[in-house]
Design a protein around this ligand. Structure first.
Ligand SMILES: Nc1ncnc2c1ncn2[C@@H]1O[C@H](COP(=O)(O)OP(=O)(O)OP(=O)(O)O)[C@@H](O)[C@H]1O
Length: 314
């Protein structure tokens, strides 16, 4: 901790277990008699202090999930807990409290995050005014310092660059020391250099304040800046990419491993490229070997003989 930020209040958790937990989450949107199942039994667990990117094609259900996790929307089915709060059983007052204290939110549009007629410091202080928090000016200054935009404190958003505005927006979202920070395409309007700077600043602030972060993004670059990337496909989590640094006889290197997600009932979504390459459709044959499971196209009718060590793993 730097000397200036050592007295910044960090997230305070009174719950045990993960900060984000969803089980079999379903959300059906109904408009003009048409039903769209945006989330189709989604499972996701994010432990306290993790920084996770959520990626997926347009329409895969990312914004729907974020709206539920931030308490703006309610699921049609399944269960969800964020910062220890059961999102399916919250009353109106509890929901207001949850949005004020337990979660912070950063939108893609820089103009949506900040009030244009307030300075950066006043924007950061505003959620603390609403929550009745003391020592606001001091905390606002420390947060702006933590996000490396202390020099912008007296400037209004309109005179700041997109990257500076997003840093101020992150400071604002962290004002009341939430356990969870949800960010919807926070780098969507920034170029690569500024995106990287904003992500690094967000990650550093999250570590300092012990905040759990979920970043929804289309930007593949974001994955390179986080240890865990969860892919959502057709309203379900399908694959996860984990990155970690290994130091061994060959030196220090980054190891990237991709996993398919398996749910409680044993469902696995095969990666789309495997499905296409092997022309898997309608039904497949599955064989268990001693240490893995093989998946074969449904044709021909005779099951293949096991070929140890050469099968495509699911
Ligand atoms: N309010 C709504 N009414 C009807 N359908 C909706 C509504 N919101 C979302 N949908 C539908 O639900 C599905 C998931 O949408 P969602 O916005 O969650 O996806 P997304 O992954 O965030 O997409 P994008 O990356 O384009 O923002 C889509 O088919 C979308 O058309």
């Amino acid at each position: 901790m730097t000397p200036r930020t050592h007295d910044l209040a960090r997230a305070r958790r009174t719950h045990a277990g993960p900060d984000i937990w969803c089980e079999d989450l379903v959300r059906i949107h109904r408009t003009e008699g048409i039903e769209v199942q945006a989330l189709q039994g989604l499972n996701l667990t994010v432990e306290a202090g993790e920084v996770v990117a959520l990626v997926g094609a347009s329409g895969s259900g990312k914004s729907t999930l974020l709206n539920i996790l931030s308490g703006l929307d309610t699921p049609t089915g399944g269960r969800a807990r964020v910062a220890g709060e059961d999102l399916t059983a919250m009353g109106r007052r509890q929901r207001v409290d949850f949005r004020r204290h337990s979660v912070g939110f950063v939108f893609q549009q820089t103009s949506r995050n900040l009030l244009p007629f307030l300075s950066a410091a006043e924007n950061v202080a505003l959620p603390m005014v609403i929550a009745g928090r003391g020592r606001r000016e001091e905390r606002a200054g420390l947060l702006l310092d933590l996000l490396d935009v202390a020099d912008c404190a007296d400037r209004r958003p309109g005179s700041l660059s997109g990257g500076q505005q997003q840093r101020v927006a992150i400071a604002t979202a962290l004002a009341n020391a939430p356990s969870v920070l949800l960010a919807d395409e926070p780098t969507g309007e920034l170029d690569e250099v500024h995106s990287a700077q904003v992500l690094d600043a967000m990650r550093a602030a999250a570590t300092e304040l012990d905040t759990t972060v979920l970043i929804v993004t289309h930007d593949p670059m974001v994955s390179g800046h986080v240890a865990r990337t969860v892919q959502i496909r057709d309203g379900r989590t399908s694959t996860e990419v984990l990155r970690h640094t290994v130091a061994d006889g060959d030196g220090v290197r980054e190891v990237v491993e991709e996993y398919s997600v398996i749910d409680r009932t044993g469902r696995v979504q095969l990666p789309a490229e495997h499905v296409a390459a092997l022309q898997l459709h309608d039904r497949v044959r599955i064989h268990r070997e001693s240490d893995h499971v093989g998946v074969w196209p449904g044709e021909p009718a005779t099951p293949p003989a096991p070929r140890h060590g050469t099968q495509e793993e699911s």
